[in-house]
Ligand binder design. Structure first.
Ligand SMILES: [Zn+2]
Ligand SMILES: [Zn+2]
Length: 260
């Protein structure tokens, strides 16, 4: 499977990156490519079109209802209803997220009726839920954030044979549920949203040290740090994460492709 970083800016889109959005792609046994979008944060629908036709992705996972993770679901609804896809009689795109994400979408879309929902089939997910999307299995864990939020583990065909696993934390403070989800994964895509703050309330984000400690405790293969705000130099966050992890780490950079 391939992980493409579409957007990685924390909390809001930055000048060099949209907010949270990652594209996971891989082939099934028949060679058909399946595509799953993890988050559609503000600004993401633009560059996502470089990598695929967003109207035809096979599933979308929304980690939670903050705009930097879900705002462009409204843009995808517009693309499906008014773009070239409108005449293709496409099935609704499965959208997985915490309970209430469909109502949150309607708020963000400014919808006056439920017509905007038609391109999507929402399924609320909870910790330990698992769903299949083509050759991929998505497993969820409850994250620790001020609004209902999930982390997701994507297991699917490795480019080097067998299966590979990617865990995306979404937004979360360090918690046991996300640790259990991340155990022994090949790549941990972990948020470190507290890079800009020295006084950090509980239950919102991790800092670089916490992201690195999570990766170390979960015994993951590689750590990719994301959700650093655009006004923060990520070098300090990466250094803290690497010290805690005990190995080099990388930063989620728009356009980067991580092959699992
Ligand atoms: Zn966020
Ligand atoms: Zn958030």
């Amino acid at each position: 499977m391939r992980l493409t970083v579409v957007g990685s800016a924390g909390s809001l889109a930055g000048p060099e990156s949209p907010a949270s959005c990652y594209l996971v792609a891989g082939e099934d046994a028949d060679g058909r490519t399946w595509r799953i979008v993890l988050d559609l944060g503000s600004g993401a629908i633009g560059p996502l079109q470089r990598y695929c036709d967003p109207a035809t992705v096979d599933a979308v996972v929304i980690s939670h209802g903050h705009p930097d993770h879900c705002a462009d679901l409204a843009a995808l609804s517009v693309l499906r209803r008014y773009g070239p896809a409108k005449d293709q009689d496409l099935a609704p795109i499965p959208v997985y997220g915490p309970p209430g994400i469909d109502e949150r979408f309607l708020q963000v879309a400014g919808a006056t009726d439920r017509h905007d929902l038609e391109p999507f089939a929402f399924t609320p997910v909870h910790g330990d839920d698992a769903v299949a999307v083509g050759p991929f299995t998505l497993t969820f864990a409850t994250a620790w954030h001020p609004v209902p939020a999930v982390a997701v583990r994507v297991t699917g065909p490795s480019e080097s044979g067998g299966d590979a696993s990617l865990v995306f934390t979404g937004d979360t403070d360090r918690c046991d549920e996300v640790l259990d989800l991340a155990l022994n994964c090949d790549v941990l895509l972990a948020e470190a949203g507290w890079a800009h703050s020295r006084v950090n309330p509980e239950g919102v984000h991790m800092n670089g040290t916490q992201a690195g400690t999570l990766a170390r405790d979960a015994v993951v293969g590689d750590l990719v740090v994301t959700h650093v705000a655009s006004w923060v130099d990520p070098a300090g966050t990466l250094e803290l994460a690497a010290v805690a992890f005990g190995a080099p780490v990388s930063l989620a950079v728009p356009g980067a492709v991580h092959v699992l």
